[in-house]
Design a protein around this ligand. Structure first.
Ligand code: 48C
Length: 300
């Protein structure tokens, strides 16, 4: 006696597996984000593509900065950001946190391991959240020129409404490093949300571009970040003079810069993960997570 319900169930599973394979094939073909190398032969960093012990040895003595803004209501994200950074960010290496806030006195300093320093800097709290976000580029042009070169070798710039959930180590270090936006990991070029108005300094013409990078996590040698921040800040000022603002603020200017000055290392979406992003099964390690927040509340 054939158990037909079992047979049907088996077929259904088989069909599902087949569809998944088909999906993966179609996805694989189109999207460069899943490769391990960019067309200009820069590494795309995925778990399992490097030997951590070799890299840690190469970087013994390297000094790393982590730059973050925590202004107005975003101050609430700073403690979990720092506490999880102490657990996962460059553990065993020399780290200096550059925290810019309008509430220096309100900062709760986490317990910090040896070789790790917390620098607190006061910063003006712009009225609009877009201006707060863009202000980061201006501050970077100042601090990467004078303050940081004597203190660190590499600088990593991050959003603060994030937490580290897995190792983020020296594998991310390089001359100029950017991270693929989780929502665009396998999107096609024509769907990237670049600035498309030729009048804007952040304009990227159709057909140009490689990945859509998110401004929540990028970095590089200090002088590379100096050059990047000057270019972005100039673009922001140029647009302001025309009374326009790029569609995704400094992220638009960052993407424009990186089309012409290509990153020497690209980080997969392991390094910026959004739990609502599709295809989570393709990203085995979610290392640095965007916190869900009520934008309406947090930005006003
Ligand atoms: O610190 C603030 N305060 C604000 O009122 C607005 C933005 N910011 C900083 O800019 C935070 O570091 C934010 O992470 C960053 C802008 N990024 C975001 O709001 C979402 N991660 C997109």
């Amino acid at each position: 006696m054939i158990d037909w319900s079992k047979k049907v169930a088996e077929k259904a599973t088989e069909l599902e597996q087949c569809e998944k394979k088909l999906l993966l094939n179609t996805v694989e073909k189109k999207s460069m984000g899943l490769n391990a190398l960019t067309p200009w032969l820069a590494p795309i960093v995925w778990d399992g593509t490097y030997d951590m012990s070799i890299l840690d040895k190469q970087h013994s003595g390297t000094r790393i900065g982590l730059f973050v803004f925590a202004v107005k209501k975003y101050i609430r994200f700073l403690q979990p950001f720092l506490e999880t950074a102490e657990r996962y960010f460059m553990v065993g290496h020399k780290v200096t946190y550059y925290v810019f806030t309008d509430k220096v006195d309100g900062v709760v300093k986490p317990k910090m391991a040896d070789g790790r320093i917390l620098q607190l800097h006061n910063v003006v709290a712009d009225q609009r959240w877009q201006d707060v976000s863009m202000r980061r580029m201006e501050i970077l042009t100042v601090f990467t020129k004078k303050h940081m070169p004597n203190e660190i070798d590499y600088l990593v710039c991050a959003d603060v409404d994030m937490v580290f959930k897995d190792r983020v180590g020296v594998e991310i270090l390089g001359d100029l490093v950017a991270t693929i936006h989780p929502a665009f990991l396998i999107s096609e070029l024509k769907h990237f949300t670049y600035e498309r108005r030729p009048i804007s300094a952040a304009y990227i013409p159709d057909g140009e571009g490689d990945f859509y990078y998110m401004a929540a996590f990028y970095g590089g040698k200090v002088d590379e970040i100096y050059k990047l921040s000057v270019a972005c800040q100039n673009g922001i000022i140029e647009d302001k003079k025309k009374n326009i603002e790029a569609v995704w603020q400094e992220e638009s200017h960052l993407n424009r810069y990186l089309v012409y000055y290509k990153p020497t290392k690209v980080l997969s979406s392991e390094y910026i993960w959004n739990t609502n992003a599709p295809y989570g099964d393709l990203v085995k390690k979610k290392r640095f997570i965007i916190l869900n927040k009520n934008n309406q509340e947090i930005r006003n």
